[in-house]
Design a protein around this ligand. Structure first.
Ligand code: HEM
Length: 420
């Protein structure tokens, strides 16, 4: 196999803490300090080896332009995961979930599900959610005010998405308790390395969620609704434009994915964004002085600390990426977090700039699988971040935040905070 074309940018020396040599980097054996700050490694990889071969023969891409090219071409870079998840999960509920959900499928199943989600997640439907979301955020802030000290993730960032997605599927309020735990266990099983315990937890979560959704779907079949944002009724309803019939197994796995897709990611957007603003007091002051910047501030949070740092594709034919020829069947890791710090796409990429324009980040992916919930996530991010800083001018960290130790999903497990 020919060597990768090295990319050297002499004008931008590597930061002092960057590893001198990225050759040994492997997602299956992450270097110390990676969870705290993965970006020096991503910069080094992008410069030295932008299509980096890992020990298992897969490749990690770190350049913005390469990711865009892969995302655009869904025929040559497919999303089907049966080949890698067979050995990873065996014949288990996790295998069923992660090979049936729309995100890990290509047309026609993908097209059929995407069409059914259609209008329910479109900008106009999402705008209608704003008053309800504002009320929810105010209620959570009331509770925080009475407590004084709180964990940002548990009391705020994690609580908002649960309610939003729970509303989409009309999950009764009293039954939302287990949703977050299920979501963390099922998406956690996508990490590059897994313990037996994590696998068992993930499988248990799919089983429990499956049983829960069977009940919810049976109930909705008895009481269907025409409300445009009732996603479950839309998914169940027959007669979609393509006439592709989703059987119960497929339907339930789409719902499991939907419930999960909007949880950890949006929690991370909100918590990452608030912590990043506190760590960049000048940008926080800028936002306080010009609250209308909240829209571009959220885009910058998505770029700077992308909640979903890694995606995957498999080549369906021989391809050429950055001068490297890869055969059909090659497995690719798309470094979203790395691409979003690529100096070729974002001047001064390690600077957090809430007014950055343009800001064509890849936090929501791109192409046919572009995040279907991006309007919802943006709205949640804007209302949550603007709301907490407006209510508490003296919001502060009350301890050291603890990272969630995930390579794929970048966020915090706990962020001790206080308000005065
Ligand atoms: C900040 C929050 C979010 C981030 C960073 C995020 C990120 C992503 C990314 C990168 C993808 C593309 C995956 C790929 O191409 O391989 C994706 C897909 C998806 N996301 Fe999101 N997401 C977020 C929030 C949400 C929310 C709130 C929902 C639901 C309301 C949602 C639903 C979906 C769905 C259904 C897909 C699959 C789309 C498809 O395959 O066509 N996401 N998301």
């Amino acid at each position: 196999m020919p060597p990768t074309v090295p990319v050297v940018d002499a004008a931008r020396p590597e930061p002092a803490h960057a590893p001198a040599d990225a050759a040994a980097f492997d997602l299956a054996a992450l270097p110390a300090g990676f969870y705290d700050d993965p970006y020096p490694w991503y910069h080094a990889l992008r410069r030295q080896d932008p299509v980096h071969r890992l020990a298992d023969g897969s490749h990690l891409l770190t350049r913005y332009d390469d990711l865009v090219a892969v995302y655009r071409d869904f025929k040559r870079y497919c999303s089907d995961k049966t080949r890698e998840f067979g050995p990873k999960f065996g014949a288990t509920p996790l295998y069923d979930q992660h090979t049936t959900s729309l995100v890990f499928n290509d047309p026609p199943l993908h097209t059929a599900v995407r069409k059914r989600l259609g209008d329910a997640l479109a900008p106009r439907a999402v705008e209608a959610m704003q008053p309800g979301l504002e009320r929810l955020v105010e209620t959570l802030l009331d509770d925080i005010e009475t407590r004084g000290e709180f964990d940002l993730v548990e009391a705020f960032a994690g609580a908002i998405p649960i309610e939003v997605i729970g509303n989409f599927l009309r999950v009764p309020h009293a039954e939302r308790g287990p949703l977050r735990g299920w979501s963390l266990a099922i998406l956690g099983a996508l990490e590059p390395v897994l313990s037996d315990e994590q696998l068992a937890r993930g499988n248990r979560a799919v089983e429990e969620m499956y049983a829960f959704l069977q009940g919810l779907i049976a109930d909705r079949r008895r009481h269907p609704s025409d409300e445009p944002d009732d996603i479950l009724s839309r998914l169940i309803r027959a007669g979609a434009p393509d006439d592709y019939v989703l059987d119960d197994f497929q339907l339930i796995h789409q719902c499991i994915f939907l419930l999960n897709a909007g949880h950890e990611t949006t929690t991370n957007l909100i918590a990452n964004g608030i912590v990043t603003l506190l760590q960049n007091p000048r940008e926080l002051e800028r936002l306080r002085a010009a609250p209308a910047l909240i829209g571009s501030a959220v885009e910058e949070m998505l770029r700077y600390e992308s909640p979903n740092q890694l995606g995957n594709r498999r080549t369906t034919e021989e391809v050429l990426i950055a001068g490297l020829r890869l055969p059909a069947g090659s497995y690719l890791h798309l470094g979203i977090g790395a691409a979003n710090r690529d100096p070729a796409a974002f001047p001064d990429p390690d600077r957090f700039d809430i007014g950055r324009t343009p800001n064509r980040h890849l936090a929501f992916g791109s192409g046919i699988h572009t995040c279907a919930g991006l309007n919802v996530a943006r709205l949640e991010g804007r209302i949550a971040v603007a709301g907490i800083f407006a209510r508490f001018p003296r919001l502060r960290l009350a301890g050291t935040p603890v990272r969630s130790h995930r390579a794929r999903f970048r966020g915090w497990a706990r962020v001790p905070m206080a308000v005065e």
